[in-house]
Structure formats: C-alpha cells, structure tokens
Design a protein around this ligand. Sequence first.
Ligand code: AMP
Length: 493
Amino acid sequence: MAFAQLQLAAPLARAVAEMGYESMTPIQAQAIPVVLQGRDVMGAAQTGTGKTAAFSLPLLQRMLKHESSSTSPARHPVRALVLLPTRELADQVAQAIKDYAKYTLLRSAVVFGGIDMKPQTIELKKGVEILVATPGRLLDHIEAKNAVLNQVEYVVLDEADRMLDIGFLPDLQRILSFLPKQRTTLLFSATFSPEIKRLASSYLQNPATIEVGGSNGTASTVEQHFYSVGDDDKRHALHQILKARAIKQAFVFVNSKLGCARLARSLEREGLNTTALHGDKSQDERLKALEAFKSGEVNLLVCTDVAARGLDIKDVPAVFNFDIPFNAEDYIHRIGRTGRAGALGLALSFVSRSDARLVADIEKLLKTKIELEAVEFDEDTPDIRRQGRINDGRRMYSQPVPDDSHHGSHHPGAIRDVAREGQFARPVPSQRRDYSRPAAAARDPFFDKPYEAPAAPEAAPAWDATVSRHGAGRSISANIKSKRRVAALFKSE
Ligand code: AMP
C-alpha cells in the first residue's frame, strides 16, 4: 500500500517523500490507520520493520491541531511520550521523529541517562510536544519538575519486552501513574511474553492487536540456518560459509565481551578485516568501529548483544550467531539486524552440543522445529583448528596442535570458562542504571544517520577469492548439507 493512499497532512507527506519511502511496510499498513482512529495498539514488531514511522506518523498527524508558533513554554506542553529501553534506541527514534516532524511546528526532545541533565533540562523548560525518553532519566526529570506530564495524550511503550528485561517495570508503573487516564497507549514488543500481556491488560484499553509475521516471529525476509559445529570448528566454519555464500559483510555475535575481543583478534590474524564492538569499548572506539564497518573498510563486526542492540544498520547481508544467545529473545533481536525493512537477510547460527537447551528455547519462542545442518569444509579453506584454540588469539600461528588433540579434551570448555568469569554482556536487573552507558558525547552521530551498505567495498573480502567455484549469491552451497534434526541429535547424547 502506498503512502499516498493515507492522506497524510502535507507537512508529513512531504517529509515521508523526502525520506524516500513509497510503499508502507506491513506494520505501517496495519498500524497507521488504527492509530489515526485513536485506538490503543498492541503491536508485535521488532526494530527494523518500520515501526517507528508506524506509530510516529499517525501520532504527529493527530497532534497537528496543537501546532503553535508561540515561544511560550506553556503553549508547548508534553503531549506525546515515547519510552524506550536504551539510549541508542531513544536517540534513533528521536531522530526519526525529528525527521518526520521537520515541516511542522511540533517540537521534540530526547532524554536519557549517562550524560549531564542540564542541556536536557533547558530543552524541556522551553517546552516540547513530543518527549522521547528512557524511563530512569525521565523519572529524574519528573522528580526535578523539569517534565510535567499531565497533558500527555499519547504514550508509546517501545521495545516493551526489553524494558521489562532490564527491570524497568517499577519505573514504567510510576511514570504511567503521572499520566492522565484519558489517553492513547501504544505498546510495541518483539515478543508477547505473559509479562507483556499483563502490562498490556493493565494499561491498554481495548487495544487493536497487530502482528507482523506472527507473534514472536522473526522477519520473514530472513533466511535462517543452524549449523551443528563443534566449539573448536566454529572459526573454520565461519571462513567456509563466508566463502561459500559469497558474503560481503556480516555481524558476528558472541556472548561475552572477552570472547568478542579474542574472536575479533583471531579473525583479523587469519586475514579477515574485522573489528570488535562491545560494552568495554569507549564511545570513540565504538564510533570508529561502526564507521569502519559502514564504509566497507572492515567486513566483519564482532559484537555482543548490548553493543549492537538497536543499531539501525540497513541491509547487513548476514548475521552469524557464533555463540547461541543465552536468552532466546536475543536471537530475534540479533537476526533483526539483517533483512530489515524488506531487504533480504541471512542468519547463520553455530550450534555446539552444549547449546541444546538454548536451541530448544529458540524453537519454543519461534514455534518452529529447527533443523540442524552440517558444514562440509573445502580442502582449500584454511583449517583454523590447527592454528590454535577457539577464541584464543594468543595461540594463533603458534605451535600447531596435533590433529587428534584439538577436539574436546585438549582445550575443554573455552567458552564456558569465559562465562564463568562473569563476562556476560547481558545486563541483569540490578545493573539497570548502568545500562544506558555513560558516554562523553551528548549525541552519537552514528545514530543520526542510518547506515547504508557500502556501494562498492574498497577491496573484495579475503574469502572472495575462491567464491566463483561455489557460485555467488545466497543460494545454498552444495557443500552445506542438511543433516539431522535437533531433537534426534540431542537425544543421542
Ligand atoms: P524502524 O523499524 O522504525 O527502526 O525502521 C527501520 C528502517 O526502515 C529505518 O531506517 C527507516 O528509515 C526505514 N523505513 C521505515 N519505513 C520505511 C518505508 N516505508 N520504506 C522504506 N524504508 C522504511
């Protein structure tokens, strides 16, 4: 369905046209008309489906009647509140709203933790109609009487499942208690857990339920494969699949900060242009890593969940789950980095024997049976196993390990050891306030502008040399065969 059919007000239609949007994404086609009617919405949609425009455009359209050219703060009370779990998401959504509202007189602002409250306070005091916020910082502003919410007409709880995961429920309840009862509430969540349903039943009135591709589903434009790979073979498998599928750029997700740094180092030494993105990196390092990926200077971005959450990077051709995430919902978030807004994506997950429970959790969440596939290695793919143990960059190119000693017993539990060191990237509720990472800069320029896949990467990826023999594109390589079902594999243990 085309945007033209919506009869958006001229300033909004102009902004949408400038963004280059022509047809609506499925969530937009379903949600926009419903929100325009003023109904509450419970939407199952993840980042990357176009959900920001799905709630912002109709909300802005309904608020146009409040436009005012007056400079008096009293003429610009907060009328719409958008709550998000992280600073990056808040910043990203606020920027999108600014873009959509640029030809209107409606004002918007964003507040999140980790930075000085003063500049935010000054902006709030001037008056804004649309306030985008993370819950903790918003409460600080409410307590300081910088934000008055008694005229709020619209509330958006975006990425609600994430907010509950982080432990924001009490903060949300407090914030909602400050709002007028008469209002429109929109709740978006990648998944509809019982907790989310409880939240919805407490705060939404007769909501329209909108599901894109089924609740708890993953974007239908993502082709997903699960490979049965021993821990020691994962890097070798990564090389093989990159080559066989002619993948130009990819995110590689790991579960720990330590594993992230080590893997990036190892892959770099193995000749792959790689950079790492994890929570211990400074803001400056993070930006550099993202820019390098964005420009095509590096082909692989090895990252943890926290570092990569919510990045609006369009068209990442592939996402690898080098480690299966500890939380099944993170699987959905990770693969949401590929196949965004209609682009075709590829999600490739490495499953080792110890991952049985985690894979079962993903099956339960996706409500699908996961088929495990085997990776067959070409003779000319470098056999990483001979060059050192998994995730241990220090051993690379050192003494070759004898052929029969690299499985299991020689270096048992490399990944689990990392886990025991408490390096998990996943935040626990008690760390909630730390979650919006402290950062030096008030703005994160990377999030101001969506990434576009580099038109022509500077150099062909290292693994491309032999690609032609296997055929280009995303067709399944003849070398990758479907093997056993997950259940069968795990029963045999
Ligand atoms: P979101 O899910 O809101 O984070 O949006 C993901 C990306 O899709 C953003 O970069 C949007 O600019 C883009 N987008 C949203 N709606 C459309 C559309 N109708 N056509 C093309 N791109 C869109």
